[in-house]
Design a protein around this ligand. Structure first.
Ligand code: ZN
Length: 128
């Protein structure tokens, strides 16, 4: 799969509204609020745990060091945090090959889209 997507880092203008959305809905791999830039409900986050170290910060439990990506799969704005803590609630909602990880969330969003496609195919197979 080639990736021609032009990912761009979050601009200063939208930083505070972006932060507010991700902070308020912080236990969700896909925050429900609309993207402050393009107004689509296409915001996502993904953590890559790098070390195991239980920790409580400001009353929240964390499981170790890691990296965090936040992005909009519609307008391709993103934020990358190379050195943070992974919250205890985090569980990878879909696998991403660690060898593919880079600064922008391109490989992660590709994995997310593939998983979503698979889910909707499976849902179609199973009547409920
Ligand atoms: Zn957007």
């Amino acid at each position: 799969m080639t990736s021609d997507i032009d990912w761009r880092e979050l601009d200063l203008e939208h930083r505070s509204s972006w932060r507010r959305i991700f902070n308020e809905d912080w236990k969700n791999d896909s925050p429900e609020a609309a993207c402050p830039i393009c107004s689509h409900h296409t915001l996502h986050r993904w953590y890559k745990q790098e070390s195991v170290q239980a920790k409580v910060l400001r009353g929240q439990s964390f499981i170790g060091h890691g990296r965090l990506w936040e992005w909009c799969s519609k307008c391709h704005a993103y934020e990358y945090y190379p050195d943070g803590f992974v919250p205890a609630w985090w569980k990878e909602p879909y696998p991403v090959d660690p060898a593919l990880l880079k600064y922008d969330p391109g490989p992660i969003d590709a994995a997310r889209a593939k998983a979503a496609e698979r889910r909707s195919t499976n849902a179609g197979d199973i009547p409920n």
